[in-house]
Every structure is written in structure tokens, then in C-alpha cells.
Design a protein around this ligand. Structure first.
Ligand SMILES: [Zn+2]
Length: 271
């Protein structure tokens, strides 16, 4: 039987400067203290929102100061808690324009059932729909959203500065690299564009051009969040500064996509 998300709590910690990890395993939640309110990136599953709120509190922040809820894409493990968080604490929601219909329940593509939950019962109408290059500013933080479709049609990758008061570094997060929603069979069965596979590769190229110093993941496996988090909790300040890790991760993601495309092509021509 699938374990439930509350069986995977993670102790919260500072990633770097004004950026914190407040999520669970495996889907990540990040918190930015902008100086004029808080930004949450991907609040996660509804079922684990209480852990996220408690993590925010344990780090000394007031969840009622959340102003923006920013979403990488329209899957349940990232956006499922957006409605509940907004109801509890306020805050405006942001998502990539093509994923609007995932969020508001028009299209049954949030993966709630596939992830082991009965259904998607937290549909909401996003306050802001983002296009490629849009910027979100709050206090001293500006997040640049880049459209990197593939995993979903509206997957966004985020780039922003973080600061510890002495150093200002560029943080980057790809919005979704899971191959589960990129197989030809999946795209076909859901009426999604077949060229999402190629769009995914183009998005990786776009990410390579970003000078990322603080490498973030929207799943803990992407950047070894838990291993680096332990190092931070042991006193290391720069555990997440990993520009090479970012580029390696993009290369690995490209290889997985190309391998899948080659496999599907071979299967197709064998028929
Ligand atoms: Zn996803």
C-alpha cells in the first residue's frame, strides 16, 4: 500500500539567505522572506499542508504573512494545497497560463488519482496566469518565470536572487522533469500535443543559459535536498551552492527524455 504524505515529514531549514525549505518528501515546498511578506513556491498536497504551516512557524515566520503562492505546474503534489492555503492565510495564486484548466478542474490532469488520492477536490481559479518571461515582485524579491513545457503544458521554471545580507546569489528551479506525463502514450491518451517532448528539450536549453548558483529542486531527489539539508543543519552555509549540480541535472533530464524518445521510436518502427 502506498504510504501517505504525512509519513514523510522533513525538518525545515534555511536553504540560503532568505530562502527556506518547508516541504515534505518527495515534493518540495520553498519559502522566500521578501522583507514585505512571504512567497510560497508549491504548497504541495492538501494532506501535508499542516506540516508546511508548522515548518513555517518553526522557522519563526507567521503563515498569515504569505502574500504569494507560486506554482511550478498543475499537478496535485505541487498545487493541491493552494486553495486551502489561500483560504487559511490569504495570498494570491500564480500559475503558468496553460495549466489554468488543471487548477480549476476543467481538465482532469492533476494526477490526484495516479498519486494515490481519491480525487482532486481542491480546484481553484488562479489569480494570475503567467506567460514566459513574466516577473513576480514582492519586497526585495523578483522571480522570473520561464515557460518550460513538457511535464505539463504550462510548467514554469523560476529564477530569482537570494541574499544572506553579504552575498547575493542566483537561485534556479526547473518546474518539472518527470517522464510520467511525457510518454507518447500519455500525451496521446490525454489529447496533449505530441511535440511536448521536443518542447521539454528546448526548455532544458533555456535553463542552461541561466546562471544558477543555488540549485533548487521541486522534488527532493533532483538536487539531493535532504542530504544538503542535513549539511545545512550541521552548520554548513553553502551546501546548496551547486552550479555544476544544476547543469548535471539538466543533462540527466535531457538524457532521460532522449532515451524515452528513442525507445518509443524503435517500438513504433518495429510495429
Ligand atoms: Zn508533476
Amino acid at each position: 500500500m502506498l504510504k501517505k504524505v504525512w509519513e514523510y515529514p522533513v525538518a525545515p531549514f534555511r536553504v540560503f539567505g532568505n530562502l527556506y525549505f518547508v516541504g515534505i518528501e518527495p515534493a518540495s515546498t520553498h519559502l522566500i522572506d521578501t522583507g514585505a511578506g512571504l512567497i510560497v513556491i508549491d504548497p504541495g498536497y492538501p494532506e501535508s499542508l499542516y506540516i508546511v504551516l508548522e515548518s513555517i512557524r518553526r522557522l519563526g515566520f507567521d503563515p498569515m504573512k504569505i502574500k504569494y503562492i507560486v506554482l511550478t505546474h498543475g499537478h496535485y503534489d505541487h498545487l493541491g494545497a493552494a486553495l486551502h492555503l489561500q483560504k487559511l492565510c490569504g495570498g494570491e495564486t500564480f500559475i503558468g497560463r496553460p495549466d489554468r484548466d488543471y487548477a480549476n478542474g476543467t481538465r482532469d490532469l492533476t494526477w490526484a488519482k495516479e498519486l494515490g488520492y481519491a480525487s482532486y477536490e481542491s480546484a481553484f481559479e488562479p489569480d494570475h496566469l503567467l506567460d514566459d518571461g513574466d516577473k513576480i515582485t514582492l519586497g526585495g524579491t523578483t522571480i522570473t518565470a520561464r515557460l518550460t513545457p513538457g511535464h505539463t503544458e504550462g510548467t514554469l521554471s523560476f529564477f530569482f536572487d537570494v541574499s544572506d545580507g553579504v552575498r547575493t546569489l542566483r537561485a534556479g528551479m526547473h518546474g518539472g522533469v518527470g517522464m510520467n506525463s511525457l510518454s507518447g502514450a500519455f500525451l496521446k491518451s490525454h489529447g496533449l500535443p505530441m511535440d511536448l517532448q521536443k518542447q521539454f528539450l528546448a526548455g532544458l536549453d533555456l535553463c542552461r543559459k541561466e546562471k544558477v548558483e543555488v540549485f533548487l529542486g521541486n522534488h527532493v531527489g533532483q538536487n539531493d535536498t535532504l542530504g544538503k539539508g542535513k549539511r545545512v543543519l550541521a552548520g554548513e552555509k553553502d551546501a546548496f551552492i551547486d552550479p555544476k549540480g544544476w547543469l548535471d541535472f539538466l543533462d540527466k533530464s535531457e538524457k532521460r527524455m532522449r532515451d524515452l524518445m528513442a525507445k518509443e521510436q524503435a517500438e513504433g518502427s518495429a510495429q
